[in-house]
Design a binder for this molecule. Structure first.
Ligand code: PHE
Length: 438
């Protein structure tokens, strides 16, 4: 890649005002953790593929998709926040790194398959803590039927409900069809209800497969799973499934009945069905007891050698080296204090519009800050937390103080090393974000 273009697997993408991908992210493009046979991410992929054994597994060729594929085709409105430069990675105004595996729905339906699974790395700009990383892995799964088959969906396995009870998993589902989560107007409600039931049954049975062993351990608290109403532009009704883990509800997947528009666009207008998108990191952290999302990226054999294909085992932490934190206080650029005060929601680095491109994107955004921290410190940064905010009573200028917590996964970090990283971060944020150290 050069200053004015990205070169990725033989294709050149010329840069423009949208381009915002640092090299630390580009480096991740060919890691393919989900394809390393005995990596936890891949172990789960294989178990899910095994569970849905009649579904065709697909692997897309590149993480680069068109903005059209990632958003437009799926009905995302033009002002959807996911499109903003602070949330997504753009090669240029037309191409981006996929933010979800749903970006491949249309091309996959076009292959004429009724049942498929698709696994891939996905990219989102985000905050920094133990469960967020700008690259993660998702699995998309879908089942569609010819409309003529819908009156006669395969009988659901009544034994599942019994099994779920016996193995100590409590599945809470109080979702209802309502104006906020309706069936599609042109779907026969009887068919839509059958698809929804088949969807819930299929995913509950996957949950049983994944958590059954864990939850049936003697004396264990029942595992709580809940279905809640959700919203996605490309499904309705839509749901999320969460699991109660270490005192909080964790989102495992999103799903729903596929929007008929998507299927029309995929040249299969006479079919309907369901789709889900499952986050593999979250699920692995829970099932293998992996405490920090950065561990997935380590090449330390003390991590990698612990896992075996086909097996869900408990991670044995091999050490926890001491953290080292440094605080950083700075004044925001004057313009962004003003923008924040006026509460202009669209100012914070949203999608640039024709004409007024970069000026507006200057407002301080935490994701931009975190991006620089990651670019400098790589996997040595564990968390970035806002610990103080202050507005000067006379000048009205805003300041923020962040605590940067550094920790090496495999060895001790020296204070000098950390100071050096902290200095580099400071230099870069001053240069690139127009902020002023206090
Ligand atoms: N793509 C959605 C996400 O990443 C998940 C999803 C997939 C929802 C398929 C519905 C259907 O959040």
């Amino acid at each position: 890649s050069s200053p004015d273009s990205y070169k990725l697997s033989g294709t050149t993408y010329s840069k423009d005002t949208y381009s915002n991908i640092p090299s630390s992210i580009l480096d991740k493009l060919d890691r393919n953790l989900h394809l390393l046979p005995s990596h936890p991410i891949s172990i789960l992929r294989q178990i899910v593929e095994d569970h849905f054994s009649s579904y065709t597994p697909l692997v897309p060729s590149s993480a680069v998709v068109s903005v059209h594929q990632n958003f437009d085709e799926l009905g995302f409105p033009p002002d959807h926040p996911g499109r903003s430069l602070t949330d997504s990675y753009y090669l240029n105004r037309d191409y981006m790194l996929r933010t979800h595996t749903s970006a491949h729905e249309v091309e996959s339906y076009k292959k004429g398959l009724n049942r498929w699974l698709l696994s891939a790395d996905v990219y989102r700009r985000d905050e920094i803590d133990s469960s967020h990383y700008p690259v993660f892995h998702q699995m998309e799964g879908t089942h569609i039927w010819d409309n003529s088959e819908l009156h006669n969906l395969p009988a659901l396995n009544a034994e599942l409900e019994k099994k779920l009870e016996e193995c100590n998993i409590l599945i809470e589902d109080e979702t209802v069809i309502s104006p906020s989560n309706p069936y599609q107007a042109h779907h026969d409600p009887i068919h839509a209800e059958q698809i929804t039931r088949h969807l819930k049954h299929s995913l509950n049975s996957l949950i049983f497969r994944l958590f059954g062993h864990h939850a049936s351990q003697k004396g264990a608290e029942p595992l709580k799973v809940r279905w809640i109403e959700a919203y996605f532009p490309f499904t309705t009704p839509s749901y999320e499934v969460e699991v109660y883990w270490n005192g909080q509800w964790l989102e495992l997947l999103g799903c729903g009945v596929v929007m008929q528009k998507t299927l029309d666009l995929s040249d299969v207008p006479k079919k309907s069905g369901w789709a889900f998108g499952l986050g593999l990191e979250r699920l692995s952290m829970v099932l293998f007891s992996i405490p920090d999302i950065r561990l997935f990226w380590t090449s330390d054999p003390r991590f990698l050698d612990q896992f075996k294909q086909g097996e869900i085992t408990t991670f044995q932490p091999y050490s926890k080296y001491p953290p080292c934190y440094k605080d950083m206080s700075f004044w925001l650029p004057p313009s962004s204090s003003v923008i924040e005060e006026h509460g202009a929601a669209a100012a914070g680095g949203r999608l640039p519009v024709e004409g007024g491109v970069r000026e507006k994107a200057k407002a301080f955004h935490e994701n931009d800050y975190c991006e620089i921290v990651r670019d400098v410190a790589g996997d040595l940064i564990e968390s970035v937390t806002l610990i103080d905010e202050f507005t000067h009573p006379k000048t009205n200028r805003k300041s923020k103080c962040y605590r940067l917590n550094y920790r090496h996964m495999d060895r001790n970090l020296s204070n000098e090393e950390v100071n050096e990283l902290q200095d580099q971060v400071q230099r870069r944020v001053v240069e690139e974000m127009g902020i002023e150290m206090r």
